[in-house]
Design a binder for this molecule. Structure first.
Ligand code: CTP
Ligand code: MG
Length: 555
């Protein structure tokens, strides 16, 4: 196991295979990717969930002495792992070896004495640590070291990229700088686990699972936390006693449709989060969206959270992306660079609208890698053909079957460099016939577009849906123009322009510079007057309000 030993200090606990340490970049050159245990998605998620259940989140005073803190908590049971981080205050994530440690700590914790405002006595695993004698100053070197949860600043990124040896190295450097760290992954699972405790007050036995970029291997530090309230597990706990002539079932309220059930459940969970959820703020119920959701911010972790229910297809598509991201080390490096490139040029945005999304970009990279010769990634149909009986999965009438054991998939014989792939990616999509063709990772072939949406990317499982339905013609055009410019820039680099050792950005860094900073064919074009930019922005906002009624998930 490549996970560092500090995670293995407890006998009997398992470290899960996900996060930066387990996904070293540059494995292609070193062959180290062979040594990475390729765990199944479900295995990783199960281990992370169990780990999160043994974990607590503690708000600490700033001048805490780490040693004494650990000694104090160890009274409740051995600790397997801990780290501190800052987010409007100092927090500690503490993982006990057993769940008993958490229970003991909770039993020794008291409800705050009424101060100015009355508190709602909900006992969670999010605690406050108080120093009995706060005047005790401790020397700075004893202060707890904090772990960073934010992405690098652009200044830092440009520094890192300039130090790299070549463009391939730059792509791997960017991946390392932005990918979720082990600690960040833990914090994401812990946040889901804390939300699960709140939802379980209504629905004992429910499960809150992270999905989307938090788990699909394409998450960047700072990305949102998508979670899914899984109520199907509740029924699985039932024990059916068949003795005698009778059986019993629960009396339950019924509703006219699945959608109404989803709305009612999310509405009540939204209320719980808002009224009783420690640290949950800005709760918005977006129930009329195509895929209803509750959006809130989990203040202590700093995550923007989107909670949905009845969304198991989205979880399955996260699993599919996990497989694609784990098959070849080049995939994630390329996706991260393309995502950063798109963000740098405002092709993507944190506000929903007529912009292309990271999910669409990721599927475009996967499609491009399926089109290489020999292919770097297999088609979804070929993953389906490798599936066995246990892999069979039908969700809401959609066939979501594909092989889940990574070892059954033959590695690609393609040895193209990242530099070449990045250039070819821009070239490919700079010249793609978007007006007549759609992108389809199921067959790994372009197909005739079934409707006139500017960008058509078939949803891999709900095959009648377009995952990029929201993208406007002007946003697509902007993508195409920038892709062509970027291919051109990389082409120039190829021609041996002086770059290395100079302070001037080169290679990938040039592609991430704000528009206008590089002498490209696009920046030579006359800039749009400000009024036009404002018009464009207004149009985007308008379509974003129209889009938000369709929701952001599971389209
Ligand atoms: N999803 C989908 N169809 C869409 C949008 C989203 O199936 N049109 C699913 C995908 O599984 C996606 C997940 O919902 O991964 C979460 O959506 P979103 O947060 O928009 O994308 P992420 O992949 O999480 O990327 P980001 O880092 O931008 O959050
Ligand atoms: Mg997301």
């Amino acid at each position: 196991r490549s996970i560092s030993s500090r995670h293995l200090s407890c006998p009997g606990t398992v470290a899960a295979n996900f996060g930066s340490e387990e996904q070293p970049s540059g494995g292609a050159e070193t062959g180290s990717e062979d040594k990475i245990p390729k765990k199944r998605f479900s295995e990783v998620q199960e281990e992370r969930r169990e780990q999160a259940q043994r974990t607590v989140l503690i708000h600490c005073p700033n001048n805490i002495n780490e040693k004494k803190f650990l000694k104090y908590l160890s009274q409740h049971g051995p600790i397997n792992n801990h780290f501190f981080y800052e987010s409007f205050g100092l927090y500690a994530v503490v993982e006990f070896c057993q769940k008993d440690g958490v229970n003991s700590l909770q039993n020794g914790t008291h409800i705050p004495k009424q101060s100015t405002e009355p508190a709602i006595p909900f006992k969670s695993r999010f605690l406050n640590l108080k120093l009995k004698n706060s005047s005790n100053q401790i020397p700075e070197e004893l202060h707890a070291q904090t772990n960073n949860q934010s992405p690098p600043s652009s200044k830092k990124l440009f520094e890192l990229l300039n130090y790299a040896e070549n463009i391939d190295d730059q792509l791997n450097t960017l991946l390392k700088a932005f990918q979720l760290t082990e600690e960040n992954v833990r914090l994401r699972h812990l946040t889901c686990s804390l939300v699960e405790d709140i939802a379980a007050a209504y629905f004992p036995g429910c499960v809150v699972r992270p999905f989307g970029s938090s788990v699909n291997t394409f998450g960047k530090l700072g990305c949102d936390l998508d979670m899914f309230l899984d109520l199907d597990e509740i029924g699985k706990l039932d024990v059916h006693k068949n003795a005698g002539n009778f059986s019993t079932e629960f009396q339950m309220k019924t509703v006219p449709s699945e959608r109404i059930a989803t709305q009612k459940i999310l509405s009540v969970i939204g209320e719980c989060l808002d009224n009783f959820g420690p640290g949950c703020v800005g709760v918005q119920k977006i129930l009329n969206a195509r895929c209803p959701l509750v959006r809130f911010s989990h203040q202590a972790s700093g995550f923007q959270c989107d909670l949905t229910t009845n969304n198991s297809i989205a979880l399955k598509s996260s699993e599919l992306l996990y497989i694609y991201g784990s098959l070849d080390t080049r995939v994630r490096a390329l996706v991260f660079s393309v995502r950063c490139w798109a963000r740098a040029h405002s092709l993507t945005s944190s506000i929903p609208g007529s912009w292309i999304t990271n999910f669409s970009l990721t599927v475009m990279v996967i499609f491009f890698l399926q089109r290489r010769s020999p292919p770097i990634l297999p088609t979804l149909d070929s993953l389906k053909s490798l599936a066995d009986a246990q892999d069979r999965c039908i969700l809401d009438g959609h066939n979501c079957t594909f092989v889940r054991d990574l070892y059954k998939i033959k590695p690609s014989g393609n040895t193209e460099t990242l530099e070449l792939l990045l250039k070819e990616f821009f070239e490919y999509f700079g010249n793609f016939a978007f007006n007549k063709n759609s992108i389809n990772i199921r067959q790994g072939r372009e197909q005739n577009k079934p409707d006139s949406s500017p960008l058509y990317i078939q949803n891999p499982f709900e095959t009648s849906l377009n995952i990029s339905k929201n993208v406007s013609q002007s946003q697509l055009q902007k993508f195409v123009d920038l892709a062509r410019d970027s291919a051109w820039i990389l082409e120039q680099e190829d021609k041996g322009q002086p770059s290395l050792s100079s302070k001037k950005p080169w290679g990938l860094a040039t592609l991430l510079l704000p528009p206008g900073a590089v002498n490209t064919p696009l920046s030579k074009k006359k800039k749009k007057p400000v009024s036009e930019k404002v018009k464009g922005l207004l149009a985007s906002i308008k379509s974003s309000t129209a889009d938000s009624s369709k929701g952001t998930h599971g389209k």
